[in-house]
Write a protein of this length. Structure first.
Length: 451
């Protein structure tokens, strides 16, 4: 689906930098370093030399078939002119690549984390560049998706089981962030398709071939990365994010969660009004789907809250684009709707914290209080004036009600220095917890020794 089928909504902003951050950074990177769109620093310019005239043209008209929106008339001629100047001024700069390679941590990496009493954190694997979702196979191999790196990794436990070697299973994929296992096959969610590696535990080291699952989903790049998860009853669940910060999606295929059979047949919608979920899990006993959702931008630093939701009935509507965080009517789309029409989140996790992966703890290693409760990885804010998130939270429940939401691993953000950005949490057979970090390409392991 082309992005142009949606109205583009430009956020009000004054300076060129603010205009850029509000409308462009999601695709071109906070520092123009590139993300799903190309870098806007020094590179082989696709649409001619970065002269002001050329830039005004491309920004106004976009490249709809390539997911670059047309910004006229959403932005005024004057705003587009400011952006053209801003980009021209940076057009020949060598910009640092996205924060894939973390700076060496000056301070003690592990000593700088804070965990509850009795827990320890260690590095389980290193060198899994832009590590995203994880899934653990019965033989103890952890498969990890990635974003920019375009790779799938296998973490193969070393003899001591305290750490693992990173083996590249596949490369050259399109933001293959999502991984899940079903009947011995590894399913991978790319932006534009789902692929399957059969009999993966036997073949991961041999650059295995894959099949493409027959299913067609929107492949807009904005919020287009797709987690994927096998449900307890053998279906595959997959979301399609909203192709915008805020836009009307109800009559489109976007801002929904779908499920399908393993072969891609019987695709059906299970949830709607979900802006961008990048992590979900099934409750160990109720089997209900729990998912995070990232709140919209440009309503200020402190609103709206990101969400933790539970689906109790197929077809439920979670509010986007009308109502955010269960209580904040959208200034534009919420006018004729009421927040009461939509399912309220179980937990409001905070503004801009970017909750991604979540996992129910079912192991025996941690104290009883953790059992069947949730760990959530908060990737952290990218556009808030003071950074927030950058943590793994522990969310405890009573039935489907929130009891508490507390820090479990803090210290990925140290003052102004980012040492990691948590993406996903999962558990090894021994009950230890793994945390993936796409900033430094590390996988951390948390254990409990009770002391
Ligand atoms: C939804 C993602 C997305 C957003 C938002 C977006 N862009 Fe783009 N942009 C792209 C993609 C993808 C391309 C590459 C198009 C192509 O391959 O032809 C691109 C290309 C460009 C180019 C041309 C680069 C070249 O090498 O010739 C410019 C300039 C540009 N964008 C500026 C902007 C500005 C300014 C904004 C904000 C007002 C913006 N973009 C917002 C995705 C986006």
């Amino acid at each position: 689906m082309a992005l142009t089928s949606f109205a583009v909504h430009a956020a009000p902003a004054q300076t060129a930098e603010q205009l850029y951050q509000a409308n462009c950074a999601a695709c071109h990177g906070v520092k123009l370093e590139g993300a799903v769109g190309p870098t806007l620093g020094e590179h082989a310019w696709i649409h001619g030399a970065p002269t002001k005239a050329n830039l005004i043209k491309i920004i106004s008209k976009g490249v709809p078939e390539k997911n670059m929106p047309a910004w006229s008339p959403a932005l005024s001629a004057q705003q587009i002119s400011m952006l053209a100047d801003y980009i021209a001024a940076n057009a020949n700069k060598k910009l640092a690549a996205a924060p894939a390679a973390a700076k060496p941590v000056a301070t003690d990496l592990l000593g700088g984390f804070k965990l509850p009493k009795g827990f320890r954190i260690s590095v389980y694997a290193e060198g899994a560049t832009t590590a995203r979702s994880m899934v653990v196979s019965d033989s103890g191999i952890v498969y990890v998706g990635s974003r920019k790196a375009g790779k799938i990794y296998a973490l193969v436990p070393r003899a001591d089981k305290q750490s693992a070697d990173v083996v590249t299973v596949a490369e050259g994929l399109d933001s293959p962030i999502g991984v899940t296992l079903l009947n011995g096959s590894l399913y991978v969610g790319e932006i534009s398709r789902v692929i399957r590696f059969d009999n993966i535990d036997k073949r991961y080291a041999q650059k295995p071939s894959y099949e493409v699952v027959k299913v067609t989903l929107p492949s807009d790049k904005w919020h287009g990365e797709k987690v994927i998860k096998a449900s307890p009853d053998g279906k595959l669940y997959i979301p399609v994010g909203a192709p915008c910060n805020i836009c009307d999606t109800d009559d489109t295929k976007s801002a929904k969660i779908y499920r399908m059979n393993a072969d891609g047949s019987q695709l059906e919608e299970v949830a709607r009004g979900v802006r961008n979920t990048v992590g979900f899990a099934f409750h160990p006993t109720t089997k209900q789907l729990w998912f995070t959702d990232n709140g919209r931008d440009e309503l200020g630093d402190n609103s709206p809250s990101c969400e933790l939701n539970v689906l109790t009935k197929f077809g439920q509507h979670f509010g986007f684009p009308y109502c955010h965080g269960g209580v904040v009517p959208d200034p534009e789309f919420g006018k004729s709707r009421s927040c009461d029409e939509f399912v309220e989140p179980v937990a409001k996790l905070g503004p801009h914290v970017a909750p991604l992966g979540l996992s129910f703890y079912t192991g025996k290693q941690f104290p009883e209080a953790y059992r069947n409760n949730i760990f959530v990885a908060e990737h952290g804010s990218w556009n808030r004036s003071t950074k927030i998130g950058y943590t793994v939270r522990f969310v405890s429940l009573y039935g489907n009600k929130l009891v508490s939401d507390t820090a479990f691993v803090d210290g990925f953000l140290r003052g102004d220095e980012v040492v990691g950005r948590p993406v996903d949490v999962t558990q090894l057979a021994d009950g230890s917890l793994l945390i993936s970090d796409d900033y430094a390409g590390r996988i951390f392991r948390v254990t409990y020794d009770g002391k």
